[in-house]
Design a binder for this molecule. Structure first.
Ligand code: C2E
Ligand code: MG
Ligand code: MG
Ligand code: MG
Length: 281
């Protein structure tokens, strides 16, 4: 931890480090107040079924509308929030707001829409996490199967037994659990027996490697794993029509990516529920 006591301490830094440090301290201060100042916002990106020609789910993605710096993405501030111990409150806010939004969409007739949200490793470490999720689905009258929590392979590898017990508890209560960025971590296939997840999300780095009609061996392997374990499958980072065709030919039906829609605020995302993104038609 860097000393924050007294401005004179900064004299010992060289100019660049000083500037970087000041930026970081400012970011931390601002992040402290962001929740109560209502600066966070959820964006939603549709998950589309090509066979069904419709939006089957939405992934909630967090944004920070900074009063001076504009919109900041989660890759920048989530790691800082984790270090500062702010992530728990932020995650609770994400859980509450995404469930609230799902309730509203369900109430307006989209009764089988699914909502996915991302958990941080710190959420997964917390003993009360499962109960908080169950309380949220009850509070917003959400059928548990319509809420999906995204975890990563590294979360499965830390405290494997505790993590597996949480996945089991969530699944036993009927919730969905997806492995995000699947194939990029160091977990072994045997984890799929220990962790009764319901969905694999093919990482966008593999999807990005697809070009033309080439059959990508990693993607066909992952589709085979999903089929073998009876898991749902979502391809993320789909940006081109060619990728859609290859993924479909490999048996992957549900997709997410800029080709269909960029993540957007609720009002805009809602339109995709009425009229699917035009790239699907
Ligand atoms: P992720 O869960 O893998 O989310 C997918 C990321 O890829 C999102 O970036 C999304 O905007 C972006 N994306 C979607 N389609 C495309 C595409 O076609 N091409 C490319 N190049 N990118 C695409 P975003 O929103 O910046 O989020 C980054 C990461 O931050 C997420 O990765 C997730 O790990 C984390 N994150 C987002 N929201 C939350 C949250 O509420 N809580 C926590 N703990 N983490 C979050
Ligand atoms: Mg995700
Ligand atoms: Mg991720
Ligand atoms: Mg991902």
């Amino acid at each position: 931890k860097v000393k924050r006591s007294g401005k004179n301490g900064f004299r010992f830094f060289d100019a660049e480090l000083n500037a970087h440090h000041r930026q970081r301290v400012t970011l931390e201060n601002d992040l402290h107040n962001a929740l109560e100042r209502n600066e966070f916002e959820l964006h939603f990106q549709p998950q589309v079924s090509m066979a069904g020609r419709r939006v089957v789910g939405m992934e909630a993605l967090l944004r920070w509308n900074h009063p001076l710096h504009g919109q900041i993405g989660p890759a920048v501030f989530i790691p800082v929030a984790e270090e500062m111990g702010l992530i728990t409150d932020i995650s609770r806010w994400v859980l509450d707001r995404s469930c609230h939004q799902l309730m509203r969409w369900r109430d307006s007739g989209h009764t089988d829409l699914r909502m996915s949200l991302n958990l941080s490793p710190h959420d997964f470490d917390r003993a009360g996490m499962v109960d908080e999720v169950l309380a949220a689905v009850t509070r917003y009258r959400i059928p548990p199967a319509q809420l999906e929590l995204e975890i990563t392979e590294s979360m499965m590898m830390q405290d494997t037994e505790g993590a597996a017990a949480k996945v089991q508890a969530l699944r036993a209560a009927g919730l969905g659990v997806a492995i995000d960025d699947f194939g990029t971590g160091y977990s072994s296939l045997s984890y799929l027996q220990k962790f009764p997840v319901s969905c694999l999300k093919i990482d966008r780095s593999f999807v990005g490697d697809l070009y033309g009609p080439a059959l990508n061996p990693i993607i066909s392997a992952i589709t085979g794993i999903a089929r073998g374990f009876g898991l749902q499958l979502i391809a993320e980072g789909v940006e081109q029509a060619e990728q859609v065709e290859v993924l479909r030919s490999l048996g992957c039906d549900v997709m997410q990516g800029y080709y269909f829609a960029h993540p957007a605020a609720a009002a805009e995302a809602e339109q995709w529920l009425q009229t699917p993104p035009c790239a699907m038609l």
